[in-house]
Design a protein around this ligand. Structure first.
Ligand code: SF4
Length: 355
């Protein structure tokens, strides 16, 4: 006798794939369903790295620029570090950009320019964790890997009315997603669940009335869809304080430094400043000048809020700095700065007299 749960899962999977064939999102890294070819692993990898903690809308212009500048993994592997970091500026989580380059170079030199075609092989590459490896293996190589992001967790919590709060519910939600993963078209299946979560089974107001899997959904039947997934209360984020120094030379050059590798915004361009800590910072200007206070920039990282007090100085042509280097007025591109440093520049620049 056929197992009823397996049959329901097959029917649900078929309904989902049928819906995906008609309503798949048109994304620049994606090959439409039933196009008769697979997605380029380089584009899938690049998009998945960019999409970590970042929305499709924010990623799309970056993805287009990166693939125009570096159309293959070999092109990216041969790029200058500074050029890649500058193009990544504004996308956040800068460790991703450093790992992106490491990974591109490993694939170009150690794998003859071809990405490994299994999740296990992909996981051995720099910056590729279990989620990204599963996503690339499923989407680019049609491996039956279970891909679980926030969208998938939400859909599974609702389909099975899982009331345990996240993150404790993660193993159960992953098991539900695994039970649904088919052997045929696993890549399209993974993208179908993600699309359902992104377009219909949305966080606040799921559109159950037009959902292709509503007849299998327990949360809908119980009237608790919008309440799931439940989440454990978040801890309040601490606030850190710091000082940032913007020096402009008489010819318009600005003092910038490359932030040390490994720390927050590591490898990115920025203005010199103090460390960020919960205690009040001690002045540590990068050069002797008449510094004046000019307001405060606020920014929120994943684990803390930051309040940076701005110090400004106009300095003469021969000024020597203990750290960083002056970048000429025409060479300075504020768009190559990470978002925090762009905020600093936006606050600082109107304070200087016109050149
Ligand atoms: Fe989500 Fe509603 Fe569909 Fe259930 S029926 S999967 S809650 S959109």
């Amino acid at each position: 006798m056929r197992d009823e749960a397996a049959e329901a899962s097959e029917n649900l999977g078929a309904a989902l794939l049928g819906w995906y064939d008609r309503h798949a999102r048109n994304l620049p890294w994606r090959v439409p369903p039933r196009a008769g070819r697979r997605a380029d692993p380089y584009r899938v990898w690049l998009s998945e790295v960019m999409l970590q903690q970042t929305t499709v809308a924010a990623v799309t212009p970056y993805f287009r620029r990166f693939t125009a500048l570096w159309p293959t993994v070999a092109h990216l592997a041969a790029a200058e570090d500074a050029a890649v970091m500058a193009e990544w500026a504004g996308l956040g989580y800068y460790a991703r950009a450093r790992n992106l380059l490491k990974c591109a170079r490993t694939v170009a030199t150690g794998h003859g320019g071809a990405f490994p075609d299994t999740a296990e092989g992909l996981r051995a590459l720099p910056g590729i964790g279990p989620y990204t490896a599963a996503a690339i293996a499923a989407i680019a190589f049609d491996r039956p890997e279970t891909v679980v992001d926030g969208n998938v967790e939400r859909v599974m919590a609702r389909l099975h009315a899982v009331e345990t709060p996240l993150p404790a519910a993660k193993p159960a939600l992953t098991a539900h997603a695994a039970a649904l993963t088919p052997q045929e078209r696993p890549g399209d299946h993974a993208q179908a669940v993600m699309d359902l979560g992104a377009t219909i089974c949305t966080p606040r107001s799921p559109a159950c009335g037009i959902c292709p899997v509503m007849r299998w959904c327990r949360a809908r039947a119980e009237g608790i869809a919008a309440d799931l997934p439940r989440k454990a209360p978040r801890k309040a984020k601490p606030t850190r304080l710091g000082l940032v120094y913007v020096a402009r030379r008489a010819d318009g050059a600005v003092l910038l430094e490359t932030r040390p590798e490994g720390g927050l915004l590591g490898g990115m361009l920025g203005f010199p400043g103090t460390d960020w800590a919960e205690e009040a910072p001690v002045e540590a200007p990068p050069l002797t000048a008449e510094w004046r206070a000019a307001g405060e920039v606020r920014h929120t990282f994943t684990h803390f809020h930051l309040r940076l007090s701005l110090r400004l100085a106009e300095v003469p042509l021969g000024a020597q700095a203990a750290r960083g280097a002056f970048t000429g007025h025409h060479a300075f591109r504020p768009q190559a700065l990470p978002t925090l440093m762009r905020k600093v520049w936006n606050l600082a620049s109107p304070e200087f007299p016109p050149l």
